[in-house]
Design a protein around this ligand. Structure first.
Ligand SMILES: NC(=O)c1ccc[n+]([C@@H]2O[C@H](COP(=O)([O-])OP(=O)(O)OC[C@H]3O[C@@H](n4cnc5c(N)ncnc54)[C@H](O)[C@@H]3O)[C@@H](O)[C@H]2O)c1
Length: 314
């Protein structure tokens, strides 16, 4: 697979929260989608998911799209027959993904590429039993993949540069914003960034610095608003005034280093977990998760419509 425009058929292997969302996005880009999931109610779940996601996807623009260009298959081998690209979204377990990859490898055409949605497993580990590890890469989306543009692409030690380039080109072609990671790490990059922030958020609750709701407000009503527009480096470049990043480092670099040295190292003890779970219940006043997710997705669509690709410095 070299030319992303030549991808007509994509397999979604594992179709839970992430796979179903990928299927919705692929369909919206006019691709034919084949699905395999071992759950008996898998097809009904995916069809329901796509129907629910469709209005939001259409608001973002879905040229030549049809919800009907999807087929469900009894085996992974059948699902990958004749596809140019496979998006694997099976459970986050090394043994399960390894076994699945071996099955896919035996059934796929020689130039078909497999991208794994894995949140944090490394392809070097996942591909160790494969004969053709060169065409397996991580293509890690953010939930929900039909709305969030980011996809992290990273290979294992045997993934070929051509596979990485093809994944980047394919995701770009279908309207995602892929980034290339030059090195593997547990959790890739974006989950590590999220986790670094959550660690300090947990520490703040554990130490009684603020309530769960106020810790969340400290992000959502503050720096989180800027982070939807630009990352931490560019944010601080602007914090440096006309002197930009050089002045910021000169002025506040040392203070940041001192804060780094005092950052927390919390542990998820039963007491800390209880405090966070109770705090979230208080914050959400009992609103069910699906209702909160629907609210989030409506606001995400509105935000994406405003921002589009018009981020500063892009
Ligand atoms: N949920 C997230 O926020 C998120 C975000 C990004 C990436 N991911 C990654 O996506 C992948 C799937 O996560 P999810 O949240 O969709 O999980 P999920 O539990 O919602 O879905 C997993 C699906 O895989 C199916 N399945 C079970 N065994 C399987 C097998 N052997 N082969 C293929 N499919 C199998 C299940 O029936 C289920 O439908 C994981 O690797 C996860 O790390 C998750």
């Amino acid at each position: 697979m070299t030319d992303p425009a030549k991808v007509r058929r994509v397999a979604v292997i594992g179709a839970g929260t992430i796979g179903a969302s990928w299927a919705a996005w692929f369909l919206s880009r006019g691709l034919q989608v084949t699905v395999w999931d071992p759950a008996p109610e898998g097809e009904a779940f995916v069809r329901r998911f796509i129907a629910n996601a469709w209005p939001a996807i259409q608001q973002l623009g879905a040229p030549c799209a049809s919800q009907d260009a999807i087929s469900f298959h009894a085996t992974p081998e059948q699902a990958v027959a004749g596809v140019q690209f496979v998006q694997e979204s099976a459970p986050e377990r090394t043994d399960a993904k390894r076994a699945l990859f071996a099955q896919l490898e035996a059934a796929m055409a020689p130039d078909t590429i497999v991208a794994s949605s894995s949140s944090g497993l490394m392809m070097t580990d996942l591909a160790q039993d494969l004969r053709t590890p060169g065409r397996f890469a991580i293509g890690h989306p953010f939930n929900p993949p039909h709305l969030i543009p980011l996809v992290e692409v990273v290979g294992g030690q045997d993934t070929t540069p051509e596979t990485i380039d093809a994944c980047l080109a394919f995701y770009r072609h279908i309207g995602k914003h892929p980034i290339r990671l030059n090195k593997e790490a547990p959790g890739h990059l974006a989950n590590r960034l999220q986790s670094a922030l959550w660690r300090e958020a947990v520490h703040a609750v554990a130490e009684g610095v603020a309530s769960v709701a106020d810790v969340d407000a400290a992000v959502a009503y503050g720096p989180g608003l800027r982070w939807a527009l630009m990352g931490p480096h560019l944010t601080f470049h602007l914090a440096g005034g006309e002197g930009g990043m050089a002045h910021f480092i000169d002025h506040l670099g040392e203070a940041n280093e001192a804060w780094w040295r005092s950052l927390g190292q919390p542990t998820l003890t039963p007491e800390v977990c209880r405090a966070i779970i109770d705090g979230v219940a208080e914050e959400t006043k009992g609103a069910p998760v699906p209702a909160l997710a629907a609210q989030r997705d409506a606001l995400l669509v509105a935000l994406l419509q405003i921002i589009g690709t018009r981020r500063p410095a892009q």
